[in-house]
Design a protein around this ligand. Structure first.
Ligand SMILES: *Cc1c(COP(=O)(O)O)cnc(C)c1O
Length: 487
């Protein structure tokens, strides 16, 4: 038989590819360097959206042409979270070092599911770094995941196996005969309930504990709920505290939660999606007191640490419990003492993913190049901007603060008639203006304009701009409303 003719995906002309690659690198660094000259966000024109309703390309296209399509049709209509005026939801701003590291990771094309290679050592290095940040033992296990939603899910699964024994992995939850119940605050992220759903426990088994006036879980009500559940024959197993709530940035009383979890022998998990990394800021770290006593912590490097998406993380104190929840014997994943199949346990023994990218590299680069001290300063700066913004709101007769500013999230509104309607329209108008992009939430049944100051590029002028644009748009909209009513 004649040998098949080979055709690789590599270019015939590496020089031309390099030149085009350098242009692509320049374009994306230009994007970061000149981000302020762009609108934060702009809505996608119909004709651009329509460009993405094409049939599958059968033949080849020029790389330069496809890159130009990216520059014209994708880049300008992105979320805008790299922009200093972006303050919606909780989005990190990314950073140029992380961009470059991501390119290296893509080129290396490592699969971090397992086997014995240096990229896994980088991930283990990160695990030891974060273990030391949170005073966890060196033996703690950690895993990069997409985000905190997945990290919280993993924590629920580990706690579930601890509560029911590993037979739950074979027999399922129903066979245990136990009704597991978990606890979190009304301010917790919705992904905790989703984790309960996905773990087969059901969202009804998550007790939503009301918050005190500082938006922290009411610990007396938590204790009462645990007692009531025990009395009703339920099996409490899991408390999810929040360090940096998504709606107002509140931090639960983690020490009190740790005490209750210990006394009740429950798994103590912390959703610290963005807030946990405030441990890097010396002035804020004391407010996370108690985080060191958690059984597991979920957080994102892609939020406050500005690592490009995605880079979530789960840290578990008891690596044996973590391993026992996920490790699965499979002949094709056989381990050896030497050779490429050495290095057991592998990352795939600690979570549901087998093939995994090298998220650790952009995180390792970011932490090394900037250093923990500077990253902590950057986090503290966003909190200082939160206080600056709070002061500006309190000083402004037309604005009203709707929640305490614990960290970097500011909830406020423009004072007027029909405030829910007008403030929702103010936020849309701000986003469409391209000047600033806050989002909304509901605080004490009132619609709030919510500014989450996460981006390292945001400065005091961006806050001033948001405040003055809010007032200008609010004035205009409420005047229009008045004329409308007069008719
Ligand atoms: C962002 C966030 C999440 C979800 O994290 P993802 O990375 O988006 O999955 C969970 N909890 C809190 C408090 C968050 O801010």
């Amino acid at each position: 038989m004649a040998a098949p003719v080979s055709e690789t995906l590599d270019p015939d002309d590496w020089q031309a590819l390099r030149a085009q690659g350098h242009r692509m690198l320049d374009d994306i660094l230009d994007y970061a360097e000149h981000i302020r000259e762009r609108p934060v966000w702009q809505s996608i024109p119909d004709e651009i959206r329509a460009q993405f309703r094409q049939t599958l390309p059968v033949g080849p296209s020029d790389l330069a042409t496809v890159h130009q399509q990216f520059m014209d049709n994708i880049l300008p209509y992105s979320v805008g979270n790299s922009h200093p005026g972006f303050m919606g939801w909780v989005h990190g701003g990314g950073n140029p070092v992380g961009t470059l590291a991501e390119m290296l990771a893509a080129g290396l094309n490592a699969n971090l599911g397992g086997r014995d290679h240096m990229p896994i050592e980088v991930e283990k290095q990160l695990t030891r770094w974060v273990a030391s940040l949170f005073d966890f033992p060196d033996s703690a296990s950690g895993l990069f995941v997409t985000g905190t939603s997945m990290a919280n899910f993993i924590a629920v699964l580990v706690a579930r196996a601890q509560a029911l024994g590993n037979s739950v992995r074979l027999q399922g939850v129903a066979a245990s005969g136990s009704r597991l119940v978990a606890y979190t605050s009304a301010g917790a992220h919705a992904c905790i309930a989703q984790a309960m759903d996905m773990a087969g426990l059901g969202t009804d088994a998550l007790r939503i504990i009301p918050m005190n006036s500082n938006f922290e879980m009411d610990t007396a009500l938590l204790q009462a709920a645990i007692q009531a559940d025990r009395a009703a024959g339920m099996k409490p197993f899991f408390i999810a505290g929040t360090a940096g709530s998504v709606d107002v940035g509140a931090i639960d009383n983690l020490t009190a939660l740790a005490d209750i979890a210990k006394q009740e022998q429950l798994w103590f998990h912390i959703d610290g999606a963005f807030g946990a990394l405030a441990i890097l800021a010396p002035d804020i770290a004391p407010r996370l007191q108690g985080i060191q006593r958690a059984d597991s912590i979920a957080f994102d490097f892609h939020k406050w640490l500005q690592v490009p998406y995605d880079a979530g993380f789960i840290l578990v104190r008891d690596s044996a419990a973590h391993y026992a929840t996920f490790a699965t014997p499979a002949s094709y994943l056989r381990r050896e003492a030497k050779g490429l199949a050495a290095g057991s346990p592998w990352p795939c023994d600690f979570g549901p993913d087998l093939s995994r990218g090298f998220r650790a590299l952009k995180t390792w680069f970011t932490i090394q190049v900037y250093g923990a001290e500077r990253l902590g300063r950057m986090i503290a700066h966003t909190c200082a901007l939160g206080q600056y913004m709070k002061a500006a709101i309190l000083a402004h007769p037309q604005l009203e603060l709707l929640a305490p500013v614990a960290l970097n999230i500011v909830c406020f509104r423009y004072r007027c008639e029909n405030p829910d309607d007008i403030n929702a329209r103010i936020v849309v108008a701000l986003q469409e203006s391209g000047i600033s992009a806050p989002s909304t939430n509901i605080v004490n049944q009132q619609l709030a304009i919510r500014a989450a100051i996460v981006n390292h590029r945001t400065c005091a002028e961006d806050i001033d701009t948001l405040i003055s644009a809010t007032v200008a748009i609010g004035d205009k909209l409420s005047k229009q409303d008045d004329t409308h009513h007069d008719k």
